[in-house]
Design a protein around this ligand. Sequence first.
Ligand code: DHB
Ligand code: FE
Length: 284
Amino acid sequence: MANLIGGVATSHIPAIGGAIHKGIQQEPYWKPFFDGFPPIREWLHAKKPDVLVIFYNDHGLNFFLDKMPTFAVGAAQQYVNSDEGWGIPSLEPLRGEVDLSWHLINTLIDKEFDVVSCQEMLVDHACSLPLKLLYPEGNYPVTVVPVCINTVQFPLPKASRVYALGKAVGQAIADWNSSKTVAVIASGGLSHQLDGERAGFINKEFDLQFMDSLLTNPEWATQFSIHELVEKTGTQGVELLMWLAMRAALTAGAGAGVRKVHSNYHIPISNTATGLLALEKTAY
Ligand code: DHB
Ligand code: FE
């Protein structure tokens, strides 16, 4: 059976790719964000996962507003990043873990999560940036399975449904007939609103409470409706659902607990409160 070791949740913002491209990670604006990553890279280097299952939301590169699946799972040999505008170069393609993709798709549909399966799938900054942040030297030593959750166009899946999905994904990983080591990634959040009357809205108190809840009371955020989450975190802050899915996935497999490997929280990058959290599964 596969070995599920833990997870990493991070905010994503296209401009991060621009900062990496320009090599300005140590400039004062960017340093507090990039400084969060070295301890997590060290942990990954020690644990050496073979496969990353990535919860993320597509922002219009692969799914536009005309076709918006609630949940979609990649089943491709390779996932290509493409021009998203802003003059930011595309990141390198990600290698797929096709056997786990189909195992996840079959298991999820059997458990009545009617996911869309995608044998071709472009991946935007939300899916490709975490890899670049975690393995900045490139030539990624991992394969991936992207799991896309709609947080872009209403109606959005409820927090409780996303938690259940995450749990089912974790269980499927733990049951996967493979000797490989797997980690789960969440890409999104934390509080931010990019447009409308509340553009620039950030809620530090809620963000920190949410991050803390993932350690102390993982289902805490499922008490909120989507509209309450938008009110508390902004229209794009609902991307924190990815973090919830990641945490839920870690309830599966051997060991019931998690320990914090490292966390970081910084305001702002662009209009976003950026969060970072790595959790390792523990025996109790
Ligand atoms: C921005 C884009 C995002 O997808 C996001 O989640 C946060 C910020 C941005 O362009 O600033
Ligand atoms: Fe986003």
